[in-house]
Design a protein around this ligand. Structure first.
Ligand SMILES: CSCCC(=O)C(=O)COP(=O)(O)O
Ligand SMILES: [Mg+2]
Length: 261
């Protein structure tokens, strides 16, 4: 088995979710279709609620920022003028969400609405999150060795907690010391990793970030965070240069902590 030694200065392991702890197929084949199939009904049912209105406002703001992009779908402001207008408005939000999802965009606005929509599905037990089989045993071992374990995903913190709270392994939320999402910054920007270190109360070089996306690894590395790229079934392929440059692991069990036996 390949072994990657974790540098002794590392005290925090920061984990990406999709493609790292969890198969991309679970997100693409279960979570995302749930949104596409239910977004219209969800908006119709929850439209009057404060939370739903906040989600729509955030999506509208994002749509304004996106107006220069090819195929962008605007969301008009509501004038409160009748059922026809409401129907058109809801349809615009649906089209905007579907357009963003067709590009797998990671905007905070999209991720916030998705998190709110998944809540009902997870809480009713209709969906259980999948984790690669090496994840839970490794995280337990790291924590026993004194490591802190944090999550940094484009999925909203609320969605992250749903995944860890309702998984095929049971409720494993207690294995996580804290969560970060794009509210702290995007995963391809190095400043986000500095802010995460600051929020945890450590230096960036105390963190080891595990992700499947080399653009994220590169941003983290620029902030002096240690990185390893996780190669999982179903992940996007890496170029030969990326394979040579990055430390690669195919299972969390390949990480060796100097302090552990
Ligand atoms: C944690 S919620 C579900 C996954 C999701 O929506 C997503 O965008 C995951 O992105 P990641 O940063 O974990 O690769
Ligand atoms: Mg990922």
């Amino acid at each position: 088995m390949v072994v990657l030694s974790v540098p002794s200065e590392v005290t925090v392991i920061l984990l990406d979710i999709e493609g790292t702890t969890t198969p991309i197929a679970f997100v693409k084949d279960i979570l995302f279709p749930y949104i596409k199939e239910n977004v219209k009904g969800y908006l119709e049912t929850h439209w009057e609620e404060e939370e739903c209105q906040q989600d729509v406002s955030l999506l509208r703001k994002q749509a304004e920022e996106d107006s220069h992009l090819d195929g962008a779908v605007p969301i008009p402001a509501a004038s409160g003028d009748g059922a026809d207008e409401l129907e058109q408005l809801i349809q615009a939000v649906v089209d905007n969400v579907c357009w963003q999802m067709s590009l797998d965009r990671k905007t905070t606005a999209l991720k916030q609405l998705q998190g709110h929509m998944w809540r009902a599905a997870f809480k009713a037990g209709h969906v259980k999150a999948e984790f690669f089989e090496d994840v839970v045993p490794a995280v337990r071992k790291w924590r026993e060795a004194g490591m802190k374990v944090y999550i940094y995903s484009s999925g909203s913190v609320e969605a992250q907690k749903l995944l860890f709270g309702h998984s095929t392994e049971g409720d494993i939320l207690e294995l996580v010391d804290g969560h970060f999402d794009t509210n702290i910054g995007h995963k391809v920007e190095s400043e986000s990793y500095r802010k995460i270190a600051n929020s945890i109360g450590c230096s960036t070089n105390n963190i080891l970030f595990l992700t499947d996306v080399t653009l994220e690894a590169s941003a983290a590395e620029e902030a002096d965070v240690h990185v390893a790229v996780v190669v999982r079934p179903g992940n996007a392929g890496l170029t030969d240069d990326e394979k040579t440059y990055y430390s690669l692991i195919t299972s969390f069990s390949e990480l060796y902590l100097p302090s552990s036996t």
